[in-house]
Design a protein around this ligand. Sequence first.
Ligand code: SAH
Length: 203
Amino acid sequence: MVAEQIRARGVADSRVLDAMTRVPRERFIPEESRHEAYADRPVPIGFGATISQPYIVGYMTEALKVEPSHRVLEIGTGCGYQTAVLAELAARVYSIEVIPELAARARGTLESLGYTNVLVRTGDGHDGWPDEAPFDRILGAAAASEVPGALVAQLADEGIMVIPVGQALGAQELHVLQKHGDTLATLATLPVRFVPMVRARER
Ligand code: SAH
């Protein structure tokens, strides 16, 4: 998977490739879809959510430029796979999932694999995690119509955020943003397809 789907498509950061080689992706996927764990596409994980395509995880993680000292906020834990990749690279990962059952399952999987630098909580990612802000890096795994203001506020100065923007399917772009004081510069974009970032009360 790492060689054919990720390195071959241009993800070159060896720390990212090594992290993805270490994390056992199949452990995050429910039994009934496990045979598809290394497929080149998103795979259903229940509750209408999907585990992201491996290449997208590689692209987003490389774009985030995570350093070992970093505190990272993730929105949309899902099965916890991307969370584990971030935990391999960062000092600490704070991850928010709106569906309690998915949060509980991801927490269990991450614990069983021995990750001790991860906190998963149930909540609405639009609000971020004010008690633990600021964050050096923020990764969004669900698409918002615009970048939530709370996330911009909780990003450290010079911090990087990678997040899909736009809610209409087929009209989403992954944005790579960097904060400089009061401005947010766009570093890169890529057309993508993510589940929408829902409001907690809509569920
Ligand atoms: N990186 C995850 C992707 C999961 S899909 C993985 O590879 O497994 C996106 C996830 O975002 C879903 O689990 C969905 O429930 C969650 N989500 C949607 N809206 C959210 C919100 N407002 N706050 C937190 N999580 C949200």
